[in-house]
Design a protein around this ligand. Sequence first.
Ligand code: BGC
Length: 766
Amino acid sequence: MKRFLATLAAACLLTGLFAQPQLNKDNIEEVIAAMTLQEKASLLVGGARAAMVNGVTSGVAAEVPGAAGNTRPVARLGIPATVLADGPAGLRINPTRANDKQTYYATGFPVGTLLASSWDTALVEEVTKAMGNEVLEYGVDVLLAPGMNIHRNPLCGRNFEYFSEDPLLSGKMAAAYVRGIQSNGVGTSIKHYAVNNQETNRNENDARVSPRALREIYLKNFEIAVKEADPWTVMSSYNQLNGEYTQQKKDLLTTVLRDEWGFKGIVMTDWGNKAGTVKSAKAGNDLMEPGNQNEIDRIIAAVEDGTISQEELDRNVRKMLQYIVRTPHFRHYKYSNKPDLKAHAAVARKAAGEAIVLLRNENKALPLKGDEKVALYGVSSVDFVAGGTGSGNVNKAYVVTMDEALKDAGFQLDAALESFYRKHKEYDKATRDLTAGAGWSTWGGTKLAETAIPVQAINLEAGNNDVAVVVIGRNAGEGADRKMMDDFELTAVERELLQNVSTAYHALGKKVVVVLNIGGVIETNSWKNLVDAIVLPWSPGQEGARAVADILTGKVNPSGKLPMTFPVNFMDHPSSANFPYNYTPTTNRGFGRGPRVPQKDVDYTDYAEGIWVGYRHFTTRGVDVSYPFGFGLSYTTFSYTKPVVKATADGFEASVTVTNTGSVAGREAVQLYVSAPAGGLEKPKCELKAFAKTRELKPGESQVLTMKVSAYELASFNEAHSAWETAAGPYTLLFGASVSDIRTTAIYKQKTAQSWPVHNVLALQQ
Ligand code: BGC
């Protein structure tokens, strides 16, 4: 009967018996009332494969080829389709189109980890303002970014897309990222909500995490981004959390995200088609992506049999319509398909320069003069990694390589060496094209393995050149985690190269500089003392190699700092005990051999380390590291004055004056860590609570940096009370150049204890 009436109503509407409301921001309820069940269900399911579906088709997937998905239109009610495309290091769409001479390249910006290394929210906003302009001008409504899962373990394959091991830094970076993109009138999708900290079995893995670790570490960054930047959308992750898929987990998607944090936008699934569509819709996951007919059918059937109430259905539809009225497609924005790629390339270069981290600089090895004869080693010098692989790979027009960048900067490269690596790359590409044809696709390509250089050649080159620059490269990406051997650890060929180059050049009193063109943390402790300088540009985007050259010549004074710890050994991270660091999908998972035994770290992962992630563990337990969180050198030096601390209505404000005490201009990122008073909950030795970066200060110049912290931001999560709690007493404020280089301290006295009760949810399954 219901279905009959709905069909009749639709038929009447179609024949024009009743006026059909056309969607605008003020008539959403009227439009909902006019929608049929079929239309409502189709609005909750993406239409990337709409061409295969009877009835509602969008054609939008064809409008922006290479976009990851879209939402379906309801033309009769003025509801347009909207387009969703990846991120996060730039817009990911196809660069070319059939029967079309125009190209549609997007700018390859620095990856998330490098952006976070800038410790500069204004810079991140500048980058994403430019990135968001490409989103708008290529006809896309939502960028599926930023990626913001916590760096729980160095080997997560997608860490390069993510910001940091610390939730505050990650949250502030994400908020800046969202503000920049959304300033263009397009949306973001902060992802992957939540606890998607490994790629191995990412579709099924059950992350088992305590409520405290969730609240303080894995959700805190999302909380900050939601509260500070109002992202239009959130992407729920593939994995399970404490026994339920996150996209079906009501306490995560509704109780915490909406009721507690006030999120107003839509939640969409990560790209799949899980059977639990109905549970997802009820839990508050508004949109299923990329969308399949069976999901529409499931929703219709569940509404008809009452499993999904009319209220629940309309709640999700309402959110979708509230989202749609914000989009460029809704405002009929006439996009140009011609963003200013040249201007954006300049932004990408500048951003990389402001974020690159100088890890080592013995005896002022850097900067170089700029006209030296350079022997440039490593296949990555010609096979430079601008970003990672997978959905995060941007189809950029070009990637400047290290050899090109150094020559353009004025260095004289050892031509024979350069030509050797170039030929090696060509040969590899040719054989790869012949054999697989793949590997160099838009997914991001395959990284060339390092190739050996005979020691005799190195000895000769040491005589002919002034300095050696060795580029060590790593590529990682979606779908697989990195391995401990030959990835976190150097390969035997890389070790030998570093050893032989160092011996040969040092014998002649010449310097060796290493450039780490990597996506995630690698082992550095065993070899760092072999070389004079280490520059860490991560995967710095299409212009990143030029930014490295700017650092090598001193045109840019490095001011980036590490957003995570570089441990001495991989196993020093407590999470390593519960991480699939040596898993290959072919290993026995029990298929076809009787009942499947859930496999540790694959089917489920115990986050047994709780809150002891990254520096929280290393500082509290006094474990040595290779490079601490927040570390980064400069070509100048800075002094910090004694801070001034003032109480505010809800916490405190602390100011510190930073002075450039060296001889060249530079910038300094100051980190404010806080040590809580003893007693009560066990807490880390210190936690990052605020940070600020100076502008470029000339030698002798000073700047006052002011940082605000509220009592709520000082709180820890007490599971026994299901409440955030800030104890009364003296809090030590530690102003550091890194977590282990505290320059000055002060005390803030919290007069009374404060508590913020929240819902008792997200529990671990017993
Ligand atoms: C990834 C997401 C991405 C989506 C759409 C998924 O496989 O996990 O990060 O946004 O695909 O391409």
